[in-house]
Design a protein around this ligand. Structure first.
Ligand code: KMH
Ligand code: ZN
Length: 274
């Protein structure tokens, strides 16, 4: 397959919105811990770090002061490209989440649909999603579209038709969120088969399927994300010791498939980042 030699874009999702140190004490939550975890993940081969912010009580936050401090420390600590989550956390209002793009990260997530998300709700009202997509375009921030089920792609494609997104699209095909598509290869591959030609996409496997779903993605020419946002355990069910451990494991899979991890500079070129 000609795609096999393509470099693999590895993303480390360091913290996420739902877990706490009570679930795994290695979870980075302070700006300093997040910056240290970013550096280790970058050294292990991640070109992108996907970042959620926490307040002093570990709660997800869209506080702009915490965002600026965290982004600044990550920039100082390593060369990874920063992707700020505008998903933030289920209890944070959309307007606060959207304001995070004013910190001007290189990339930010764009959640295009509302849905049941585990025991809570992820709320993304269509008009607010449109305004956020437009603002990202004005600021030159590359949106990464988060698709949790097959119909979410059609909503993303409508935004493209409306001129609110530009190609090539950058997408996460997420499987394993309770309320979204279950982690079955068919669910991943069905959405991937419908992506516009030239799109950049990665699999995000939530929970115990993390390794298998990301390995499938790398095997068929996609990119892959791992990290403590997506799984708190390694394959044998033991607690992950760090984000870097999960990145090392994924880089090992990529190299076995003859896909060398892309550097941040290569990702800038591949994605045409401003
Ligand atoms: N939490 C993941 C399932 C975001 O941060 O905006 C998806 C995600 C989205 O990472
Ligand atoms: Zn996230």
């Amino acid at each position: 397959m000609s795609t096999m030699a393509k470099k693999a874009i590895i993303t480390a999702a360091l913290t996420g919105a739902t877990s706490t140190k009570a679930d795994n004490p290695a979870l980075p939550v302070t700006p300093e811990e997040i910056a240290a975890a970013a550096k280790e993940a970058w050294e292990a081969g991640a070109a992108i770090v996907h970042i959620h912010l926490r307040d002093e009580r570990e709660r997800p936050t869209a506080d702009l002061g915490i965002a600026r401090r965290t982004v600044g420390l990550v920039e100082e600590s390593c060369g990874a490209l920063i992707q700020l989550s505008t998903g933030v956390g289920l209890d944070v209002p959309f307007e606060e989440r959207a304001a995070l793009v004013e910190v001007r990260p290189r990339m930010a997530t764009l959640n295009v649909c509302s849905m049941t998300f585990g025991s809570g709700e992820l709320r993304n009202p269509p008009d607010q999603v449109r305004r956020l997509a437009e603002r990202m375009g004005e600021l030159g921030i590359k949106p990464e579209l988060e698709l949790y089920d097959s119909g979410h792609l059609d909503v993303a494609l409508r935004l493209l038709d409306e001129g609110l997104l530009t190609e090539p699209l950058l997408l996460s095909v997420v499987v394993g969120v309770p309320g979204g598509a279950p982690p079955r290869p068919a669910n991943l591959l069905d959405t991937v088969a419908r992506l516009p030609t030239g799109s950049s996409w990665q699999a995000v496997g939530i929970g115990p399927s993390n390794l298998q779903m990301t390995a499938i993605s790398l095997a068929v020419g996609g990119d892959a994300r791992t990290g403590m946002e997506d799984t708190l355990t390694v394959a044998d069910g033991a607690p992950a010791q760090s984000n870097a451990q999960l990145v090392e494991r994924l880089v090992g899979v990529a190299r076995s498939l003859e896909r060398e991890p892309a550097t941040p500079a290569e990702v800038e070129a591949l994605l045409g980042l401003a």
